[in-house]
Ligand binder design. Structure first.
Ligand code: DC
Length: 242
């Protein structure tokens, strides 16, 4: 069955798997949520999964440089990811940790431990399982390259590093003592960690559509994405019709 169109902005289609990759602060979370909402799809924030692993490592104090200790920790690591009306919730040992994983310390630890093969292997199945029924918008660093190379449409979202740091700064709760300079420095460090690591580095998939959102707001980015989805579906239909 081919895709049908209600109007240009709301494609009605067999469920799609949509990936959004990009560096920290590019606006992936806001855009992914908005897009998922528009399409009535589920939304998967894979950065939050890496953050949860980082949080558990910090709390338990295990030595993440010790591959055996890390593997044993992950074997017992009991994480549940839930998509709810107000967003994406994460439970570790039945405790909701969603709001505790957004600190600068966890951001940096997530970037460090995400380079570990055991961590990436542990989260791989969980992510693929969540994508198997499609109707999903997922965001991260390697969604289009490694986790879902067969995704229906892939986006790579980027923005000027100063703008990205400024956005992250505005999201910080008041009175943390964290400065814009701190955020800027940590973000550049994470960009380097994430794009230079050997395993699943941050990079656009060859077939990803790149969107620079330095000067455009999330709503405009989502409009562009919906436009791309419509074009992709039309091309797919034309090919199916011969
Ligand atoms: O998207 P985020 O800032 O919440 O991600 C936190 C860290 O997790 C990021 O610095 C690198 C890692 N990460 C990853 O390696 N692969 C993903 N698909 C998502 C995040």
């Amino acid at each position: 069955m081919g895709a049908a169109f209600v109007d240009n902005a709301h494609p009605v289609t067999p469920p799609l798997l949509i990936t959004i990759d990009g560096p920290a602060g590019a606006g992936k979370t806001t855009v992914s949520r908005l897009l998922a909402e528009k399409l009535e799809y589920r939304y998967l924030d894979t950065g939050a999964l890496y953050r949860s692993v980082a949080y558990s490592i910090l709390i338990t104090g295990i030595d993440y440089e010790d591959a055996e200790a890390l593997t044993a920790h992950l074997k017992e690591f009991d994480l549940t990811a839930r998509t709810e009306k107000d967003g994406f919730r994460l439970l570790w040992k039945d405790r909701d940790i969603t709001d505790q994983i957004r600190t600068p310390e966890i951001s940096m630890m997530a970037s460090i431990v995400s380079a570990k093969p055991a961590v990436r292997a542990f989260l791989l199945d969980m992510q693929r399982e969540m994508g198997k029924d499609k109707a999903l918008v997922c965001e991260g660093r390697d969604m289009g390259t490694v986790i879902f190379p067969e995704a229906d449409i892939k986006f790579f979202l980027d923005a000027d590093p100063h703008v990205r740091a400024g956005r992250r700064y505005k999201e910080m709760p008041p009175k943390t003592g964290v400065t814009l300079e701190d955020i800027s420095r940590d973000m550049l460090q994470r960009d380097q960690n994430d794009s230079r690591r050997a395993l699943s580095p941050l990079k656009p998939a060859d077939d990803a559509i790149r969107i620079d959102c330095t000067h455009i707001d999330p709503q405009a980015v989502v409009r562009q994405m919906l436009g791309c989805i419509v074009i992709m579906l039309k091309a797919r239909n034309q090919m199916a019709d011969g």
